[in-house]
Ligand binder design. Structure first.
Ligand SMILES: Cc1cc2nc3c(=O)[nH]c(=O)nc-3n(C[C@H](O)[C@H](O)[C@H](O)COP(=O)(O)O)c2cc1C
Length: 241
């Protein structure tokens, strides 16, 4: 089978399944393999400001059900994976990227090397630094106004902009994970119906962590498919210019 046909089949057959079989286990290797692939997802500046919390203990799974509003996907899941953003790791990850570039330099640094080093040393702090009083937002607003006055400049100012950026990358990881689980012959249901505050407390998530979504994993059943898959017509979402 052609790669494109395999991929099409995978995407077309993936459904959000909300009721998993109680009798069929999902091997830990399948989940680990899917998480390993999720880790390869594209992400902003390769900062990898995310964390994947894999819940496999029966006791924790049980405690998670009411926190996921009693949804049957959570209640019947064999595993849950909580995808979180980690803005608080920005310094560490910028340094990690910086050191990787430094290590890769042989002889005189090239223009690209220098640009990379400056990117992680100078630009990342401007983009990711956050303070509760909004001083950094004001600083970014000033830069955007000045630099963007008469030429193109990235409109990136507020903490909301930072959060959107982090959740974009994390959601891509969740999607890679769901497709990988589908390729293992199992099913998933992404969920945003949960009590984020209580989940954070139960899992002792770091203070800066924000949950992008929780993905339930199991062997889907017919009961778990709530009707035909529907999408609005393509001409309402694909626009050419
Ligand atoms: C970010 C996100 C959050 C979702 N939250 C829930 C949820 O809390 N409960 C649920 O049953 N389905 C949830 N879904 C699944 C969607 O309802 C589902 O993807 C959509 O109806 C399309 O169906 P399909 O995935 O089978 O193609 C969520 C999907 C996404 C992407």
């Amino acid at each position: 089978m052609k790669k494109s046909d395999l991929f099409r089949e995978l995407v077309e057959n993936r459904r959000s399944n909300r009721h998993f079989s109680p009798d069929i286990e999902v091997p830990e290797e399948s989940v680990l393999s899917a998480l390993t692939l999720a880790h390869l997802s594209p992400n902003s500046s390769n900062m990898q400001l995310w964390g994947f919390y894999w819940i496999k203990s029966e006791n924790l799974l049980e405690q998670m059900t009411p926190l996921c509003m009693g949804q049957s996907a959570a209640r019947t899941a064999k595993h849950l994976v909580v995808f979180v953003t980690r803005q608080g790791l920005w310094k560490e990850r910028a340094e990690w990227n910086y050191e990787n570039i430094k290590k890769s330099i042989v002889g005189e640094p090239t223009k690209l090397n220098k640009r990379g080093l400056s990117y992680y040393k100078k630009l990342m702090p401007i983009i990711y630094r956050h303070d509760p009083f909004g001083f950094n937002n004001l600083f970014r607003k000033g830069i955007v106004f000045y630099k963007g006055f008469n030429k193109s400049f990235m409109r990136f100012e507020s903490h909301a902009d930072q959060r959107v950026m982090l959740h974009k990358s994390c959601a891509l990881a969740a999607q890679t994970f769901m497709l990988a689980i589908a390729s293992e012959g199992f099913d998933t249901c992404p969920m945003e119906g949960f009590d984020a505050k209580r989940v954070k407390k139960l899992l002792a998530l770091p203070k800066d962590a924000e949950i992008t979504m929780i993905v339930a994993v199991g062997k889907g059943t017919e009961k778990g498919i709530h009707g035909e898959r529907t999408r609005v017509p393509l001409d309402q979402v694909i626009f050419t210019r």
